[in-house]
Design a protein around this ligand. Sequence first.
Ligand code: 1PZ
Length: 205
Amino acid sequence: VAARQGMETPLTAVAEAFEELARGMEADGGELRLAPFSDTCALVSVLFSSLGMAFRFAEIEYVTKVNDLIGAGKSYRTLSDILDKDIQNDCVKKQGSHSRNLRRVRLGLGLIKALFEQFLATEGSLYDAATTAYGQVCAPFHSWAIRKAVGAGMYTLPTREQLIVRLNETDFSVQKEMRRYIDASSPIIEYIDNLFLSRNISLDW
Ligand code: 1PZ
């Protein structure tokens, strides 16, 4: 197992990338550049395969949005640049706009954070942890049909033990790496929310 052999696991790679991103944001005077942000978000998709086939559609959904932001990185320097441009063109909430995709990717990052928090806070099943996390972070913004489909998919999630094995972690290392992701992603998530809020755009969508 990678964690036992001191090799880098998928979770370590993700946690390190977010720590690096948060450091870069500080170094840039609290500005988040789009290209490194999108590349870091793209890394997260390695975690999907450990959740099972039922979440393939979530992966495709997430990756499509991240890819849109990767493309936008060729024309826009920072996250605020895309938001300001979309405000100018009155298309912040329009389906497919960069700003809307940014909001969706942020929900994905928040979902993983909430899942890890639940995983660490309780001894319960992955089903319970994922259901609670999804209910907190994404369900309020999803249609009834999507919520139903996600609810059905939850029954196919692996057990806690299976997830740990699939992630190449141990009982001990998984806690450490999840905690690292929670800590490193928090300032990024908060920053994105503030981008919207500081421009008087509420987060109820
Ligand atoms: C961390 C894993 C937790 C357990 C599983 C939770 C599964 C969540 C499944 C989410 C399915 C999203 C289905 C499609 C939703 C779309 O309607 C919306 C709106 O899109 P738009 O109208 O703007 O085109 N899309 C989203 O809300 C994006 C949400 C991304 C969620 C990605 C999950 C990330 C999970 C990472 C897993 C390692």
